[in-house]
Ligand binder design. Structure first.
Ligand SMILES: Cc1cc2nc3c(=O)[nH]c(=O)nc-3n(C[C@H](O)[C@H](O)[C@H](O)COP(=O)(O)OP(=O)(O)OC[C@H]3O[C@@H](n4cnc5c(N)ncnc54)[C@H](O)[C@@H]3O)c2cc1C
Length: 392
């Protein structure tokens, strides 16, 4: 059965990238978002949702305009529905041995270009957060004083609501099966229920399903992984007083209840068998790491019942953890946006990049940073230090 309606853009997936892209494109386009599940089922809806410029914090790389866009976008959403941005500084601790490393040098140099991001030595951090951080063995840390966290469901709802006000249509429970082209142009998408929906452009923001949706056009340099996350019992006073802190391969921060969100990452071997529980080996790892960052956690950790965050379909990552945002397969206006570290935070920037590909609008950053061909697509095998082998 074919539908008569046609759209300027079909966005596949209503995670944070899909919703933000719809919000950005709906100003000037008829946008249809097709989502196979519901708004609260994606990886985005289940994230811890600490908000900062994770691309900068990976390697200290400065991509112009990114941090500013994140802050402007999240604060701009505060006028919609029940959305609230909770201020919570983020600290990336620097080990003594890393004090003069090229990465630390680069982070310190670039911090000067980004308002609100500053390097503090351990003594300064101790006076900023008395009796909170355990700074033994750390030289200091890079602090984003304008970081925060959000409740991810309210974030997705706020973006959807704003896109709908501009005329975007969201359809849930509709799974895209194929993207069809004619003469190197997008023609239509077909759904699993047999509908054909005609459109000029397609944005594929389907998380771990992006790769299979575009496999007939290109190889994507992405690998699926799962973040298993849980809550360690904290104290209501932690919310607002304890910063989100990363160091020695982990990232831990409090939520509104003052419980500490902890996590561990595993490669996914089989998309039909993704672990959802918080595994014992993660508990052992956190028991070793948490007291290295925060004071007061030397005893046995108490986990909050039902505090596990589920990541039912996993998420994706490229070898440099910066997304692919590009037209692929030589097809005009077939755009992929996938594979980013921290895409809840970075979705508004990714949306600006997608918008630029489809409308020719200017960006403050170079689009080459996101090109699919920056990787060797013939040899897609890679590892990342913080992601562990799949659990047997
Ligand atoms: C536990 C956890 C903690 C995290 N913490 C943070 C954090 O603190 N900060 C941060 O910035 N990020 C965090 N992340 C990472 C972040 O969640 C991901 O980077 C982000 O959700 C990816 O967004 P996305 O839109 O690409 O994909 P998704 O959120 O996975 O959305 C893709 C959507 O596409 C839909 N879809 C798939 N196939 C089809 C199809 N064929 N047709 C129609 N729809 C389809 C899916 O149902 C899904 O809703 C965390 C993730 C987890 C799991």
């Amino acid at each position: 059965m074919s539908r008569v309606n046609s759209y300027d853009v079909v966005v596949i997936g209503a995670g944070s990238i899909g919703c933000s892209t719809a919000d950005h494109l709906a100003d000037d386009n008829d946008v249809l978002v097709l989502e196979k599940g519901q708004l609260d089922e994606s990886a985005s809806a289940n994230a811890s949702a600490f908000i900062s410029d994770w691309w900068y914090f990976l390697e200290g790389e400065y991509i112009p305009g990114v941090t500013e866009k994140i802050r402007e976008y999240f604060h701009g959403l505060e006028t919609t529905s029940d959305f609230e941005f909770h201020d919570q500084p983020f600290i990336s601790l620097v080990d003594e041995g890393e004090r003069d490393s090229p990465k630390t040098e680069k982070m310190r140099e670039n911090a000067e270009k980004i308002p609100g991001i500053t390097y503090f030595d351990a003594k300064e951090l101790a006076s900023m957060y008395p009796d909170v951080l355990n700074l033994d063995g750390f030289a200091g840390g890079i602090v984003d004083t304008e970081a925060g966290y959000v409740e991810p469901g309210s974030y997705l709802r706020a973006m959807k609501q704003r896109a709908e006000v501009k005329g975007a249509v969201f359809e849930f429970g509709t799974e895209v099966e194929e993207i069809e082209t004619a003469d190197g142009q997008i023609d239509h998408v077909t759904t699993t229920s047999g509908d054909e929906i005609h459109c000029d452009s397609v944005v594929v923001a389907a998380g771990t399903h992006t790769e299979s949706l575009v496999s007939k056009f290109t190889n994507l340099p992405v690998r699926p992984f799962v973040i298993c996350a849980a809550e360690v019992k904290g104290d209501p006073s932690f919310s607002g007083s304890v910063p989100t802190t990363s160091g020695r391969g982990t990232l831990i921060g409090p939520n509104t209840a003052g419980n500490l969100l902890v996590g561990d990452e595993y490669w996914i071997e089989d998309l039909d068998r993704i672990p959802q529980e918080f595994p014992e080996e993660a508990k052992e790892k956190i028991a070793g790491l948490l007291p290295q960052l925060f004071t007061g956690f030397d005893g046995e950790l108490e986990y909050v019942e039902d505090g596990e965050h589920h990541c039912p379909e996993g998420i994706t990552i490229t070898p440099d953890q910066i997304p692919v945002i590009d037209e692929v397969g030589g097809v005009d206006e077939l755009v992929v946006a996938d594979g980013s570290r921290g895409a809840v935070s970075l979705a508004p920037v990714i949306a600006v990049a997608v918008q630029s590909l489809l409308t020719g609008s200017k960006t403050k950053f170079s689009m080459e940073r996101f090109a699919v061909d920056r990787f060797d697509l013939e040899n897609p095998e890679y590892d990342l230090p913080m992601i562990t082998e799949p659990r047997s």
